[in-house]
Unconditional design. Structure first.
Length: 298
């Protein structure tokens, strides 16, 4: 068996960019060369790595088994190339995923401080809800993820690195805005504007406040925090979201912050795939996140 790094690189690119055409463009090769390299790899392994469905390549079970090994070998090969460089510890691109609140209010500052401290300037940041971020991590499309909720996926390792507090907001003229402190009874039969399933904010509400309410209604479901704040301001219902995400709307007077009847803390975690090869760059960023827990702004 003579598997080449070129074949593994082609396989890895196809898993990341989903089509032969996109992988060919990324690797500056022809589509025919990409197709031939994949066919040679599959012949060497005596197994197809993708299911062909309507001209689409879908990673199959054998492909999923190969993916973490290919990712590690390609990272180690890159490490050899940079072994004798001026700064061998930090090279390559770091692909970071962040759920909405962290992505908008923490990740930019965290990455800026990481760049200043390590002089590494090649990162990408993908922002979506927690469920989407976790799936991309499982598919090796991201190196590390920063999310606001826990994950129970067996392939992902979760490590706390900071914390947050959830808050309740209302329209300025909402009757509850006049209350100095709310009780659970005050919130009974209330309408709520919530993020979509899969978001950390929605999960925090469902796990902390919702179980204490006998009756509550989902008035509106929306997939961005800014639209949630606007919907609350327009009187569509109460909102439950991160204090970080709501702070500017509260200070500007767009919405009122209500004093909740219970504390609603939550942890921020970073996630890595259990089979992900931790190259020097990823290790440095993980250590930086853990250190930032004590020194970063909240």
């Amino acid at each position: 068996m003579h598997i080449s790094l070129k074949q593994l690189n082609v396989f890895h690119a196809i898993t990341q960019y989903k089509t032969l055409t996109a992988a060919a463009e990324q690797l500056c090769l022809s589509k025919a060369a990409i197709s031939m390299a994949l066919a040679e790899l599959e012949k060497q392994l005596s197994h197809p790595l993708f299911d062909r469905v309507n001209n689409r390549l879908i990673l199959n079970q054998e492909g999923r088994q190969l993916l973490p090994l290919a990712d590690e070998l390609l990272n180690r090969a890159q490490q050899i190339n940079h072994l004798f460089g001026e700064n061998p510890a930090l090279y390559g691109k770091l692909r970071v995923g962040s759920s909405d609140t962290i992505g908008n209010h923490i990740s930019p500052y965290l990455l800026s401080q990481f760049r200043q401290q390590h002089q590494h300037l090649s990162q990408s940041l993908f922002i979506s809800n927690s469920a989407s971020i976790c799936q991309k991590l499982v598919d090796f499309e991201l190196d590390i993820a920063l999310i606001e909720s826990q994950t129970h996926h067996p392939d992902l390792i979760s490590i706390p690195f900071s914390h947050d507090e959830m808050c309740i907001i209302s329209a300025k003229d909402h009757p509850l805005a006049k209350h100095k402190k709310l009780t659970i009874t005050d919130l009974e039969h209330s309408d709520w504007v919530l993020r979509e399933p899969g978001s950390g904010s929605r999960e925090a509400f469902i796990n902390t406040l919702a179980p204490k309410l006998n009756h509550w209604q989902l008035a509106f479901e929306i997939n961005t925090t800014e639209a949630l704040i606007s919907s609350v301001s327009a009187g569509l219902g109460l909102g439950c979201l991160s204090t970080l995400a709501a702070q500017y709307a509260i200070k500007s007077g767009r919405v009122s912050q209500l004093t909740p009847p219970i504390n609603m803390p939550r942890r921020f975690c970073f996630l890595i795939h259990k089979d992900k090869y931790q190259n020097p760059l990823l290790k440095s960023f993980m250590a930086f996140c853990q250190q930032w827990q004590a020194t970063g702004a909240n």
